[in-house]
Write a protein that binds this ligand. Structure first.
Ligand code: XLS
Ligand code: NI
Ligand code: NI
Length: 448
């Protein structure tokens, strides 16, 4: 292997030191946990846009990033060079999957035809690297929000030419998905929403984007593309109101338009928080509807109300999410854990890209270990089974079996005294539950 990054392959170092450096403390790809190697539970992916393109800009300042490929000034040479750096990065980090938007990879030309030609040169190189390294495409997507032409959306743009352009761009992205063997294909509606209702036809916009999705379903069928389609909910930013607000809203949208059999959800931690939810909530809602597809594992900042895409480091959150994944048996039929995350602006060196991924991977590997221990003990399962046990027999069982009317319930309830009703409730002792979660995290990781 060349040494483009000036970094050795990242080793597992375990408990050698409390001071984390360029090594994994918990992540061991081949270690079997709950019946599967860690790497198969987690299926980590690197996000091209953050890791290789992001300059660490913020609304008040230019980028601070220092990257080894900064020496390339011609846009096409840079685009091609970055692919070599990317594939070496995947191998050194020990990650098998990657994700990208079409526009992360190559500069645009004046027409879609010219843009596609630029893109295809980069795709040729990616295909060659995939063959040599075995790296796999977890998902690709189309950037239908960056270019000024998409200022008012793509699938919901009020301008028919822009809608048509977006469709053409999407078609080419689906061709790429097929060619590179993408396991999923993501739709994130960055500008599919509205700023103001006074100039918006809500019904027409939603009909249009449903039609856009239906055409994608039809074209995938036509070319034999088997990638799982995923919608990534987000409540706001960049638009004030986005149609795919959260998991529940997106599921309702898909069902309204009869698209639910063709899509699942790609859930992002920071987006969950922006919608006023925990990440676990979003995963649970999707699971409950049979719609869990994949994860964009990042985290927000409790003090900042925007999508700041931090690498995940919160053990409570990773434990909760991995608890759901273990309960489900997998992240999704073809899902993985994509780090839709960037290092902080002050962590600007190339090595920080490795450090940032290490914390994300170790956080989720640790979460997996803790969640596996919890499932093994059945603590949460017992607690929940007990909480609903009054529905296992008697009147509760009759309700669940659909055998009761309101009249039956009135007959049953009319003469029960208040003291007996109160005796039918029980304390949740939630504080003890939370303390027990702490114990599981501390003890499980302490024994590593
Ligand atoms: C932005 C989204 C985006 C999608 C892919 O907030 O997270 O990065 O994951 O377009
Ligand atoms: Ni995302
Ligand atoms: Ni995001």
């Amino acid at each position: 292997m060349s040494d483009l990054w000036n970094v050795d392959p990242i080793p597992f170092v375990g408990k050698r030191s409390l001071r984390q450096d360029l090594g994994f403390r918990y992540y061991q790809p081949d270690r079997v946990v709950a019946g599967k190697p860690m790497k198969d539970w987690l299926r980590f992916a690197v996000a091209y846009w953050h890791t290789f393109d992001q300059r660490l800009v913020d609304p008040f300042g230019e980028g601070t990033a220092q990257r080894p490929y900064d020496k390339y000034t011609d846009p096409m040479s840079l685009a091609l060079a970055k692919v070599d750096y990317a594939f070496e990065f995947y191998q050194k980090l020990g990650v098998e999957y990657f994700c990208f938007h079409d526009r992360d990879l190559a500069p645009e030309g004046d027409t879609l035809r010219e843009t596609d030609a630029n893109l295809d040169r980069v795709i040729d190189l990616i295909e060659q690297h995939q063959k040599e390294s075995g790296a796999k495409l977890l998902w690709n997507t189309s950037s239908l929000f960056t270019n000024p032409r998409f200022l008012a959306g793509a699938g919901t743009s009020p301008f028919a030419d822009i809608f048509a352009y977006a469709g053409g761009q999407l078609k080419h992205s689906l061709d790429i998905a097929k060619r590179l063997g993408a396991e999923n294909y993501v739709f994130w509606g960055g500008r599919e929403g509205y700023e103001n209702l006074w100039n918006t036809d809500l019904k027409r916009e939603q009909d249009h984007i449903a039609r856009f999705f239906q055409m994608a379903v039809d074209y995938a069928k036509e070319i034999g593309l088997e990638a799982q389609f995923l919608i990534e909910p987000k409540p706001k930013e960049p638009t004030t109101h986005q149609y795919d607000f959260d998991a529940a809203t997106t599921i309702a949208f898909l069902k309204t338009y009869g698209l639910e059999d063709h899509f699942k959800l790609n859930l992002e931690g920071n987006h969950a928080n922006l919608a006023g939810h925990t990440y676990q909530h979003e995963v649970r809602v999707a699971r409950t509807a049979g719609m869990l597809g994949s994860l964009d594992a990042n985290q927000g900042d409790k003090l900042i109300g925007w999508d700041i895409d931090e690498f995940p480091s919160d053990l409570y959150e990773s434990t909760a999410v991995m608890w759901e994944i273990l309960a489900e048996g997998q992240i999704g039929p073809h899902g993985g854990l994509n780090f839709d995350a960037k290092p902080r602006r002050t962590s600007f060196t190339a090595k920080d890209l490795f450090r940032a991924h290490i914390v994300g991977m170790d956080t989720y590997a640790a979460g997996l270990l803790v969640a596996a221990k919890m499932h093994e003990d059945g603590y949460i399962e017992d607690l929940v089974a007990d909480r609903y046990s009054s529905f296992d027999s008697g009147i509760g069982a009759k309700v669940e079996a659909g055998e009761t009317s309101l009249k039956d319930l009135e007959d049953y309830a009319l003469d029960i005294p208040q003291s007996k009703l109160l005796a039918a409730t029980q304390s949740d002792h939630l504080e003890t539950v939370k303390a027990t979660l702490n114990n599981y995290i501390v003890e499980t990781l302490g024994q590593e």
